[in-house]
Design a protein around this ligand. Structure first.
Ligand code: HMH
Length: 222
């Protein structure tokens, strides 16, 4: 007993490192990522964000307290009012129009990941849902920080992907990540070992699906 978020990453260290240090991430960091791989990723990430917003709506539905309901509402608002708008604008800079986005076939990796999160949350309780979402919320913040710690990472105009790194190292994203870590740490503090083992499975599965999402971008698979 007395678990915390770091026990989840420790329990699936290989999968977690494979996600954080994926070739897609490395190539993005040193600016060598294939531009069409990035475009494929950006398009699928638009679909991801729509389902991510639905997951926060599910979190609202699963909330037992006003504090949790408010938190889910804030998350949903941040995605719908802010992130999706930013994403559409960012896609335009990469030559992807809103019409392209509206009419996108969903890749299998996107389907698998987003529906897995929604199912983990429907089957379980609010903690299952947050643990399934943690690789997104915590992972991307950690990826930005990991990239900034690598000597091979190129920042500024020399890297076409600089704005992507900037988004996830931003105060807004990093503070959402810390709020999520705190929430999960508080809930994990009093779960039993058997419950922790269940949550590890959810966390590991979601992390592996994030790995597949990067690979989908690299391989440009549908
Ligand atoms: C696939 C994926 N995971 C996490 C994030 C972070 O919000 C994102 N935008 N896309």
């Amino acid at each position: 007993m007395g678990y915390r978020f770091s026990n989840l990453t420790a329990a699936c260290q290989d999968d977690w490192r494979a996600y954080i240090e994926h070739d897609f991430v490395r190539d993005l960091g040193d600016g060598t990522l294939d531009e069409n791989a990035f475009r494929h990723y950006l398009k699928q990430d638009y679909l991801f964000l729509i389902h991510f917003a639905r997951a926060y709506a599910l979190a609202a539905y699963k909330s037992r307290t006003l504090a949790d309901l408010r938190q889910a509402h804030e998350g949903l608002k941040a995605i719908v009012d802010l992130e999706l708008g930013l994403h559409v604008g960012y896609c335009q800079e990469w030559g992807i129009s809103e019409a392209d986005l509206a009419d996108l076939p969903e890749a299998r990796a996107t389907l698998a990941y987003t529906r897995y999160v929604l199912d983990a949350g429907s089957r379980g309780d609010l903690l299952d849902l947050h643990v399934a979402l943690a690789p997104c919320v915590v992972g991307y913040g950690e990826i930005a920080n990991w990239l900034n710690a690598q000597p091979s990472t190129l920042r500024g105009e020399a890297n076409p992907y600089d704005a992507w790194i900037a988004m996830y190292e931003s105060e807004d994203f990093q503070s959402a990540m810390h709020a999520e870590l705190e929430w999960i740490d508080a809930r994990l503090a009093d779960v039993t070992p058997a419950r922790f083992a269940e949550l590890c499975t959810v966390f590991r599965d979601a992390t592996r699906l994030e790995v597949d999402f990067w690979q989908m971008g690299l391989d440009r698979t549908d």
